[in-house]
Design a protein around this ligand. Structure first.
Ligand code: MG
Length: 162
């Protein structure tokens, strides 16, 4: 069985007047994240990690950010989309590990819901999806609370041609 690994990164600015969507769930906070879709930087990093594992480019190439279909959209739709793209290339998701870079709000209380939402959209068990978070100890744009970043590493396996 052949295994491939990919890495993904994303960041979005905080924006007033939007719900904060992260890891496929709504997290209560004073600000949401700017973006054409729901701005879910964590899910976008996951999508890029899976696309990277298959050397299939990045999220912007598959889901154009000027496409009216994606405006305000729940980004877990992109997770379902990437699962299809992988299947079309004889690959299926195995697991993903995500680190969210975020000064506020606290992510810990939402990790279980994020794992469930992400796993459901990818067709995985929650045990195959990991979310954790780090503050940046007040340093840089994360530390100043300008936005949220996310890094993901994902594994896929070859299942043969569809
Ligand atoms: Mg993004």
């Amino acid at each position: 069985m052949s295994i491939r690994v990919g890495i993904g990164y994303d960041s979005h600015r905080f924006a007033a007047g939007r719900p904060l969507r992260l890891g496929g769930v709504t997290v209560p906070h004073t600000h949401g994240l700017a973006g054409h879709s729901d701005g879910d930087a964590a899910v976008h990093a996951v999508v890029d990690a899976f696309l990277g594992s298959a050397a299939l480019g990045d999220i912007g190439q598959h889901f154009k950010d000027d496409d009216p279909r994606w405006k305000g959209l729940d980004s877990t739709v992109f997770l379902k989309g990437v699962r299809e793209i992988l299947a079309n290339h004889g690959l299926e998701p195995v697991q993903v590990d995500v680190t969210i870079l975020c000064e506020r709000p606290k992510i810990g209380p939402h990790v279980t819901a994020m794992r469930d939402a992400t796993a459901r959209a990818l067709g995985l068990e929650a045990g195959a999806v990991s979310y954790k978070a780090k503050t940046n100890e007040g340093m840089g744009w994360v530390g100043k609370g300008e936005g949220i970043g996310a890094i993901a590493v994902a594994t896929v396996r070859e299942v043969g041609s569809p």
